[in-house]
Design a protein around this ligand. Structure first.
Ligand code: ADP
Ligand code: UVW
Ligand code: MG
Length: 409
C-alpha cells in the first residue's frame, strides 16, 4: 500500500487530496481532501472532508501564500487522529505537484535538481503559479525528505495543438530562441474532463469532440478534438484569453503602454529571480474581477445588483462566448458537448445560464431545473430535452488526475 499526497496550487487556493494506492488497483482510493481557498480574498478558508467528517469554511488567520496553506494543511492532516495512515512523515511515499508552466515537457517528471531548476526558469512565464508550486516542493523536501516528488504540468495536454494555431505571427528567429508560442494551461483538468465526459457518453476518448470551459480564479476554454487539445485560450502565459480573479485576460497589447509609462520597468514586487515587469504585475495581479469590483468572489459578483459587479458578470459572459462559437466552427459542428468545469463553471448556475443562452442559436439549451440542481455525479447533464447539443457540468479533479498517473506508474 502506498500513500499519495496530491497537491494542486492554484492562483487563489491550495487543494490537497490524500490517496491510498494498492498495487492491485489502478484507481487510487481517496482518504481525505483539504482545500484552503480565498488566498486572494482574505481571510483564507479551510474546507476538509474525511469520510463523514466535514469542516466547511473555517476562517484562518495569517495564511497568505500557497506555502503557508500547504504547511497548514499538512499539519492538519498529520494531526487528524482518524487518519493514522499519515501519522508518520515516512508514511507518505509520493507527492504530486501541479506545475502550471512546464515549457516543452510533454509528460510528468520526477523532480530532481535539474527539473526543479528548469521549472524555476519558467517562473516568469507563470507569475502566479510556478514559484508558489516550487515553494511547496521545497517545503516537502524539508518536511517529508523520503517522499518522491512528481511534477504534473498544466501545459503538457496542449502539446498536440497544431503549429499554425500555436505559432504567434512575430519574427520566428526570436520566437524560436525565446520559445515564444502558445503553450496553454489547465491541461491536467482538461485531461480529467476528457476521460470523465467520454466515460459518461460511453464514447472512446479518441473520438470525443468537446468545447470545455475551465472557469476558476484563472479561466480558460479548450477545443478538444478527437480527445486531444486542438486549441485553447491561454497562451505563452496564463494571462491570455479569458479574464480571471486578478487577471485581465486578452486585451489590445498596446493598452499597457497607455496605462503606464513604466510598463517595461521591473515591478517593485519582483522577488528573487522572478523578473516581473510592471505591465505583468498590473495585468496579472491588479486587473480582472478584483480591479473591476474590489472582490474576487464570483458567487458575490453573480448575485449582486451593484453596477460594477453586473458589468464584470456581463464581461465574463461576453468573453466566454468569444471562444464557444469559433471552437464550434473548428469542430465543424461535430460537437459531443459543451462542458462547464472549475469553481465558477461547476457552481455558477447563473453564469452557465447566460453563456448557454448566448449560444442557443448554435443548438445548445439548458434544462433550468437541472442547471440549478445538477446533483452529485462527476458529470451532470443539464441540457434541455430538445437541445441539439449536450451541455454538461464536470466536477474536475486535478488531484485525482495526478494520483491516477502515479498509481499507473
Ligand atoms: N456558488 C458560486 N458561484 C459562482 N462562483 C463561485 C461559487 N463558489 C465559488 N465560486 C468561485 O470559484 C472560483 C474558484 O474556483 P477554483 O477552480 O476553485 O479556483 P482556483 O483557480 O484557485 O483553482 C472563485 O472565483 C470563487 O469565487
Ligand atoms: C492556469 C491557471 O490559471 O490556474 P488557476 O486557475 O488554478 O489559477
Ligand atoms: Mg484551479
Amino acid at each position: 500500500m502506498e500513500i499519495i499526497l496530491s497537491i494542486n496550487a492554484g492562483s487563489s487556493s491550495v487543494k490537497i487530496s490524500v490517496y491510498k494506492a494498492e498495487p492491485s488497483s489502478p484507481t487510487p482510493h481517496q482518504l481525505a481532501e483539504a482545500t484552503i481557498e480565498g488566498l486572494t480574498a482574505p481571510p483564507a478558508k479551510l474546507k476538509y472532508s474525511r469520510g463523514d467528517e466535514n469542516i466547511k469554511g473555517k476562517e484562518l488567520e495569517d495564511i497568505a501564500s500557497q506555502e503557508d496553506a500547504f504547511k497548514y494543511i499538512l499539519s492538519h492532516l498529520q494531526n487528524d487522529a482518524d487518519l493514522p495512515e499519515l501519522s508518520k512523515t515516512d508514511d507518505i511515499h509520493f507527492t504530486c505537484h501541479r506545475v502550471v508552466h512546464g515549457g516543452d515537457y510533454p509528460h510528468a517528471q520526477i523532480i530532481d535538481k535539474e527539473t526543479f531548476h528548469h521549472i524555476a526558469e519558467l517562473s516568469d512565464l507563470a507569475p502566479l503559479h510556478n514559484a508558489p508550486a516550487l515553494s511547496i516542493v521545497r517545503a516537502v523536501s524539508e518536511i517529508l525528505p523520503n517522499a518522491k516528488n512528481v511534477a504534473y504540468f498544466d501545459s503538457s495536454f496542449h502539446a498536440t495543438i497544431p503549429r499554425h494555431i500555436s505559432t504567434y505571427p512575430v519574427d520566428q528567429e526570436v520566437a524560436e530562441r525565446n520559445k515564444l508560442r502558445k503553450y496553454g494551461f489547465h491541461g491536467i483538468s482538461y485531461q480529467f474532463i476528457t476521460d470523465a465526459v467520454a466515460s459518461h457518453l460511453k464514447k472512446d476518448p479518441t473520438t470525443l469532440n468537446i468545447i470545455a470551459l475551465h472557469l476558476g480564479s484563472g479561466a480558460s476554454a479548450c477545443c478538444i478534438k478527437n480527445g486531444v487539445s486542438h486549441d485553447t485560450s491561454m497562451g505563452l502565459t496564463p494571462l491570455a484569453g479569458l479574464p480571471g480573479a486578478t487577471r485581465s485576460g486578452s486585451i489590445d497589447p498596446s493598452l499597457i503602454f497607455h496605462f503606464t509609462h513604466s510598463a517595461g520597468s521591473l515591478s517593485h514586487a519582483a522577488a528573487g529571480h522572478m523578473d516581473i515587469t510592471q505591465a505583468e504585475q498590473i495585468l496579472n495581479k491588479k486587473a480582472g474581477w478584483k480591479a473591476l469590483t474590489g472582490t474576487t468572489d464570483f458567487a458575490d459578483i453573480s448575485s449582486s445588483g451593484e453596477e460594477m459587479k453586473m458589468l464584470a458578470f456581463d464581461i465574463f459572459v461576453d468573453r466566454i462566448m468569444n471562444y464557444v462559437a469559433p471552437y464550434f466552427a473548428k469542430l465543424v459542428g461535430e460537437v459531443d458537448a459543451l462542458v462547464f468545469a472549475g469553481g465558477i463553471g461547476e457552481r455558477g448556475a447563473r453564469l452557465r445560464k447566460e453563456v448557454v443562452r448566448g449560444v442557443e442559436c448554435l443548438g445548445f439549451g439548458l434544462d433550468a431545473e437541472r442547471n440549478n440542481q445538477p446533483g452529485d455525479g462527476v458529470v451532470a447533464d443539464i441540457s434541455a430535452g430538445d437541445a441539439r447539443f449536450k451541455t454538461l457540468i464536470c466536477k474536475t479533479d486535478e488531484q485525482l488526475q495526478m494520483a491516477r498517473g502515479v498509481a499507473k506508474g
